[in-house]
Design a protein around this ligand. Structure first.
Ligand SMILES: *Cc1c(COP(=O)(O)O)cnc(C)c1O
Length: 393
């Protein structure tokens, strides 16, 4: 097998770390004086948590955010010593390992006793961020129980078992800036912070905004913003593309043509024969499918070959899908580069694949499977001038 590189590839997710840095710098500017937490959960939304985290920190992100303690420990194992917050736990989560690795822990309620016990065991206070549910109805402490949680936290803090360094919450509808619920969430967040401070907690960071909240609600910035999607250069808004927001998509998903053949009118394509050519045509085979994380429901998407866009036709299968060139007069394209999505002007964006598959761009990039090699470049991802920055990190 040929080694994965930015030039020699058959299927790859090319990640431009300079695009990540550019996006982080943009968010630093938008959010200042608030700090930026780069959210790198789910393997950096499919981009590779460690290389993205390092690039984000180089560009000035002050914190890293992940869902699981295991994700935080993987960053520590890679030598990253920036502050990390992990916020989604079960009673099986390894709080002891988190404290030993100096990982901050988000607490919504029940976790507090487990974290205090772990702190007793390792004999160092846990750094915790208390999470208030300001309306999302997911994780977080309800406003009704908030004072009780503050009471528990204060008691444990007095025992020297934990130190409350943050209060945070999460926005539910910030991608729809006109909706009034965000105002209500911001108000509830202010009240929750005030109660914590009145109880004597000396907070380092108050944080509420995700990517859409950071871009559309300066009044939600507080001390820090938690930016995920935006650092990967994608837009959280339905009607705005990355360039409209001065963002640069970091991932290019590309492959090469595996077969190219003339067919007659009426040729059925792929399982179920849901598509038939309406004239003699040329069909091109792309060796990527749902086993690579391409949604099976994405027929109707497009790819770019040689600067032109063509339609994906028939069902996406496990390993492959078909593109109809809608001409019988094509040269043989076997081996030609096919871009599924990327930052280039000619190529579709992850948002186009999301629209075709009935989902969101978050899911399109995050679900690209480990079967697709990640390759890293620094600058001008999809052009030939890219400098390989290592592969499969
Ligand atoms: C995933 C997540 C984020 C990042 O959201 P984006 O919309 O990708 O910026 C921020 N905070 C929490 C709690 C999250 O779970």
């Amino acid at each position: 097998m040929k080694p994965a590189s930015s030039e020699s590839f058959e299927r790859q997710a090319l990640i431009d770390l300079e695009a990540v840095r550019h996006n982080v710098r943009h968010f630093l500017e938008v959010a200042q004086p608030a700090r930026v937490m780069a959210v790198v959960k789910a393997d950096g939304y499919g981009h590779g948590a460690v290389p993205v985290a390092k690039a984000a920190l180089e560009a000035g992100a002050a914190w890293l955010g992940v869902a699981h303690i295991t994700e935080a420990l993987a960053l520590r194992a890679a030598g990253i010593d920036a502050p990390i917050l992990a916020w989604l736990h079960t009673p099986e989560s390894d709080f002891t390992a988190a404290l030993t690795a100096n990982v901050d822990i988000g607490i919504s309620g029940w976790e507090i006793d487990h974290v205090a016990a772990a702190a007793k065991e390792v004999q160092r206070p846990a750094r915790v961020h208390l999470k208030i549910d300001t309306g999302m109805g997911r994780n977080g402490c309800t406003p009704e129980r908030w004072e009780e949680l503050i009471g528990q936290a204060t008691a444990y803090q007095e025992e020297g078992l934990l130190r409350v360094v943050g209060v945070f919450s999460h926005l539910a509808v910030a991608d729809e800036p006109r909706r009034p619920e965000t105002d209500e969430q911001i108000d509830r967040f202010r009240d929750a912070v005030a109660l914590a401070e009145d109880a004597g907690l000396d907070l380092e960071v108050r944080h509420l905004a995700n990517t859409p909240g950071t871009l559309s609600r300066p009044d939600a910035h507080f001390d820090m913003v938690r930016v995920g999607l935006g650092i990967y250069g994608l837009s959280p808004f339905e009607n705005e593309r990355p360039a409209d927001l001065k963002l640069r998509p970091a991932m290019t998903l590309r492959s090469r043509v595996a077969n190219c053949k003339r067919v007659l009118q009426g040729q059925g394509v792929s399982y179920g024969l849901r598509y038939k050519t309406d004239a003699p045509s040329t069909l091109v085979l792309v060796p990527m499918g749902y086993g690579d994380g391409i949604p099976r429901t994405a027929s109707g998407a497009q790819v770019e070959i040689g600067g032109k866009r063509y339609d994906v036709v028939g069902r996406v299968a496990m390993d492959q899908f078909v593109v109809d060139l809608r001409t019988a007069e094509s040269p043989d394209l076997v081996g030609e580069e096919v871009t599924l999505f990327g930052p280039g002007e000619d190529a579709p964006g992850a948002e186009d694949w999301a629209a075709a598959a009935g989902t969101i761009n978050y899911e399109i990039v995050t679900r690209i499977s480990p079967r697709v090699p990640r390759v890293y470049v620094d600058g001008e991802a999809s052009n030939d001038g890219g400098v390989p920055a290592g592969s499969d990190a």
